[in-house]
Design a protein around this ligand. Structure first.
Ligand SMILES: [Fe+2]
Length: 238
């Protein structure tokens, strides 16, 4: 664990055996720890494990990887990552498609209260509004394209598989249709069957990436998705 992620307090632990270590969530957002300290509370209690602090730190890691090759303004990207899910609406709610627009509005208010100039606020808000799959919008800025790619990378690969089944469990879905897991004789229904989410959405996501780096990383993660999907179907097929 890097020194940046850990604050070691000089005093000894009460047991006298180990130094007291304090991990701060904002420390995960280097080099924009101070911005993270201010903006992270806007995300509330993180009660959805697929959209929690860990999701934000993974999206930030993805965004930094893409930024290293594609460029862009890293502070704008940091603000967009930190606030992109600050309004959360359940996946099965009819209001779901409005979440990113509402998050963008909230981001505007927050960044204005911090004294940000309007064109930087506009870029962050537009990136947030256009990041989500359900909004169906194309990001206008490089920073917006990086946010969308970084967020979508977290929906695929091994982590995407874990998040898919976690979300299905929260919604009370079954793992798969017991008679037709492939969906050959019925419409796919990923609200009812977790495995349907692979052909309906996850296996199609890698085609929609915005940056060259994002596309390359997505194709690597897509192989994990496809291997899991094929392997599970092989195990459960009669
Ligand atoms: Fe997200």
């Amino acid at each position: 664990m890097s020194a940046r992620l850990v604050r070691q307090i000089a005093t000894r632990h009460p047991t006298g055996l180990a130094p007291k270590i304090v991990l701060m969530p904002s420390d995960r957002f280097t080099p924009h720890e101070e911005l993270a300290r201010v903006l992270l509370p806007a995300n509330g209690d993180f009660d959805d494990g697929s959209h929690d602090l860990s999701h934000l730190t993974r999206v930030w890691k993805n965004a930094r990887t893409i930024h290293a090759e594609e460029g862009g303004d890293l502070e704008l990207i940091a603000a967009a990552v930190l606030l992109h899910d600050c309004v959360q609406i359940a996946k099965d709610s009819p209001e779901r498609a409005n979440a990113s627009r509402l998050a963008a509005q909230k981001a505007r208010q927050l960044l204005a209260s911090l004294g940000w100039v309007s064109d930087r606020i506009d870029t962050v808000a537009e990136a947030i509004e256009s990041h989500s799959f359900s909004a169906g919008l194309q990001p206008a800025s490089l920073e917006g394209r990086i946010l969308q790619d970084a967020d979508r990378l977290d929906a695929i690969g091994f982590t995407g598989i874990a998040r898919c089944f976690y979300t299905a469990g929260r919604m009370g879905s079954s793992l798969y249709h017991p008679l037709d897991p492939h969906g050959e004789t019925r419409p796919l229904n990923d609200s009812a069957f977790a495995l349907d989410h692979f052909p309906k959405k996850l296996l199609r996501l890698s085609n929609g990436f915005q940056t060259e780096t994002g596309r390359r990383l997505a194709h690597e993660r897509e192989r994990a998705l496809q291997a899991f999907y094929d392997g599970m179907l092989s195990e459960i097929s009669e």
